[in-house]
Design a protein around this ligand. Structure first.
Ligand code: SAH
Length: 222
């Protein structure tokens, strides 16, 4: 696959949308410059792929706005040695940003064709540190726990207990919490032994997390 040319859209996207809004983590900045976002939204013009907005990816789902991807990734405070769980593979863009930084990413998606498409794109990109599962990620991925970091990229009704307990000690969970029909708050949970520090970040808008510990949504609605 074609690499992004120098002085590319991703350089501009990072400068104008990400650094300008206060993201400073060099790992995040480097990863967002490197991962070609247009691979994940082939159906739109290249300039649109790097625009300051979310985009549809089919099946009623969306790829998050670049800034939201950067902010959530920064909040995870990633280390190279981290093992990360992502709930909501979607296009696979956020997954590859994570995989660019850490040693291992586990990602769960409930819609099988989205898992398949993301896997194919990652394979074409030569990424080898991602493991995929099609299923309900609202309960996490217990067989692969503990995780140093967990990121949920769909709106959850609350901070899900199952996910908290799948964190390693000092692990971080980033999860949008609130009504999926309106807005959510980005919540950050840090595990300290049997205790959890919870803080609130910005308001956000995600598609619903549908599943056992997520929302029940009318069939065909999402
Ligand atoms: N991180 C994605 C954003 C995808 S949108 C990206 O970069 O493109 C959220 C995704 O979460 C959707 O693909 C949706 O199908 C998925 N999802 C919703 N509920 C889920 C669940 N219980 N388990 C796994 N994935 C879920």
């Amino acid at each position: 696959m074609k690499a992004v040319p120098e002085n590319s859209y991703s350089e501009k996207m990072v400068k104008m949308q990400i650094i300008a809004r206060g993201v400073t983590d060099p790992f995040v900045i480097q990863a967002m410059k490197t991962v070609p976002r247009h691979f994940f939204v082939e159906h739109v013009e290249i300039s649109q792929a790097y625009g300051d907005f979310p985009l549809p990816i089919g099946y009623g789902q969306t790829i998050s706005q670049p800034y939201m991807v950067a902010l959530m990734t920064e909040l995870l405070n990633l280390k190279k040695s981290d093992c990360v769980l992502e709930v909501g593979t979607g296009s696979g863009y956020q997954t590859s940003v994570l995989a660019n930084i850490v040693s291992m990413v586990y990602t769960v998606e409930r819609i099988a064709p989205l898992t398949q498409k993301a896997r194919r794109i990652h394979c074409d990109m030569g990424i080898t540190n991602i493991e995929y599962k099609t299923g309900d990620g609202s309960v996490g991925w217990a067989e692969k726990a503990p995780f140093n970091k967990i990121i949920v990229t769909a709106a959850a009704p609350n901070i899900i207990e199952d996910l908290k307990w799948q964190l390693a000690d000092r692990g971080i969970l980033v999860i949008p919490v609130g009504d999926y029909r309106s807005y959510q708050k980005l919540m950050v949970v840090i595990r300290r032994g049997a205790f959890f520090d919870v803080s609130e970040n910005i308001g956000c808008r995600f598609v619903p997390l549908i599943g056992h510990k997520g929302f029940w949504v009318k069939p065909n609605d999402y």
